[in-house]
Design a protein around this ligand. Structure first.
Ligand SMILES: [Fe+2]
Ligand SMILES: [Fe+2]
Length: 296
């Protein structure tokens, strides 16, 4: 069933005008606390009448319907062989930037700018250099779109498959359309897992987080790997909906995931950083931790 997307229309492959629409929707759910305290009108964000919300809804309907346990396994078997492409790190950023937003080219930043703004915000707060690098790399997995994956198999809040869904996941009602919700192997609280078995033993819905984690796992320290792997797992890092699967280690490491999240969500700025001034620092950083070429 992994090739479900072969039978889908373009509308079902790409319900969003751009991947950014998903992130803009997360900002509606989790607005920047600093912006709120500064008294900026939250109405600016909370425009629930926006037609974009309908496309995001449709995006989640597809995501919750098609991300089954089998779908995730099939995607892992395919992508985790890393036999698709080999690129020097800096060419990989150019490749990622081919993901352009056709809806609003003037106001939206390209993927690299978002990565750089995230890493620069982390650096400005004096965090370790491997966290800066995690900021720079965290969305590299979005290249999955360029390999033909549907948007709902690249972005979207991630959630465990193979066990019951919590209602802490956005639009939980759409899970009734997922065949796993009627499968006795998968629809109990623990499903195929054991209590507090640790997230490393749990499959999450397939997307850019797991892909970039697997790409980077030999090169970065454990807290950075948690940031990469779980940065879209909002139903846990914001809502604690899966404490019953978390190990002690996961809880410790999620302090890092929680530390990372605001840099991802709230660092967007219409003025791009001056790359020419930053280039030297980032070239040295990449060289320190990463190999010459990355496998995709
Ligand atoms: Fe992301
Ligand atoms: Fe991001």
């Amino acid at each position: 069933m992994g090739n479900v997307q072969n039978n889908l229309s373009n509308q079902e492959l790409s319900p969003l005008k751009s991947l950014d629409e998903w992130e803009e929707d997360i900002l509606l759910r989790y607005p920047d606390p600093e912006t709120i305290t500064k008294g900026k009108e939250t109405d600016e964000y909370r425009n629930y009448e926006d037609p974009q919300r309908d496309t995001v809804r449709e995006f989640y309907r597809l995501n919750h319907t098609y991300q089954t346990y089998d779908f995730v396994k099939t995607k892992r078997e395919d992508y985790l062989r890393f036999n698709k492409k080999k690129m020097p790190v800096w060419s990989a950023f150019d490749f990622l930037n081919q993901l352009v937003d056709d809806s609003d080219p003037d106001t939206d930043l390209d993927q690299f700018q978002h990565l750089l703004q995230t890493s620069e915000a982390i650096r400005a707060d004096g965090h370790p250099d491997w966290m800066v690098l995690a900021g720079l790399m965290h969305d590299m997995g979005k290249v999955l779109c360029l390999f033909g994956e549907p948007q709902w198999a690249v972005v979207g809040d991630t959630f465990p498959v193979g066990c019951a869904y919590t209602d802490k996941i956005v639009y939980p009602e759409f899970f009734s359309e997922n065949p796993d919700s009627k499968d006795a192997r998968y629809n109990t609280q623990y499903g195929v897992y054991k209590p507090n078995c640790g997230l490393d033993n749990v499959l999450l819905s397939w997307g850019h987080d797991e892909y970039v984690y697997q790409m980077m796992k030999e090169y970065l320290p454990e807290p950075a790997l948690y940031m990469l792997r779980y940065h879209s797992f909002y139903s846990q890092h914001r809502e604690n909906g899966y404490d019953h699967l978390m190990s002690e280690r996961d809880h410790e490491m999620f302090t890092w995931v929680k530390l990372f999240n605001p840099y991802d969500l709230y660092s967007k700025n219409p003025t791009p950083p001056d790359w020419n001034q930053l280039k030297g620092y980032y070239e040295a950083l990449v060289k320190k931790y990463l190999p010459e070429e990355l496998l995709f």
